[in-house]
Design a protein around this ligand. Sequence first.
Ligand code: ATP
Length: 235
Amino acid sequence: MLEVRGLSVNYGPFRALHDVNLTVQKGEIVVLLGANGAGKSTLFRTLSGLQRPSGGTATWNGTPLTGGRPEFNVAHGVAQCPEGRLLFPELSVEKNLRLGAFVHRRDAAGTARELERVYALFPILVEKRHDAAGSLSGGQQQMVAIARSLMARPQLLLLDEPSLGLAPLVVEQVFGAVRRVNEAGVSVLLAEQNAFAALGIAHRGYVLEGGRVSLQGTQGELLGDDRVRSAYLGV
Ligand code: ATP
């Protein structure tokens, strides 16, 4: 499981995360709700090994994730699908997917198997496999980004704002895909501003405000909480 204990992160004198505690159990989808600037991306960058914490610990099945070596974290089962997708638009869909398998570059047969698995999870990408990634619709590009992260064969997927800029119907398709990924055995930590869609698929969640966890609960508890309803669900 993912275990974050007392995690603090500073940018110079500015403290972006204060004493954050959270867990993701094997098989769970856990949502991290928070407005712009709440610290979601900072937490993900830290769990990916891109940002060193100033205090606290973060471990995946006991392995520390805070050593500052992103490739180590990927090799130990933690992959991030970044906000904004960050695809290579001129490269084909399949080349983008293969880049996600970088840590397994010495295992061509395993990568071929994984490619078939992600095409089975995202059938829409099969017919697009030779198209430039930049020519796909926003929703399809988000599917490519998620599929690319899966090529690293993660046990835990850190998914940053997958619904950003997508129409409601497309958001539904992307979240359906996230659910299938989870059912295929991948635990998911999902950062989202679209609380309604995210709580539709999450088992539990945390609310991050000003770099602190201000609230946590099950899907039902968060959907019924007045603060969540007014701040994130618009009701
Ligand atoms: P968004 O959804 O806009 O990405 P977020 O919840 O992911 O928001 P972060 O990007 O983690 O929030 O930012 C948390 C805080 O840290 C913000 O106040 C932001 O201005 C600040 N911050 C982020 N990156 C840096 C940096 N490199 N240097 C200084 N401050 C930063």
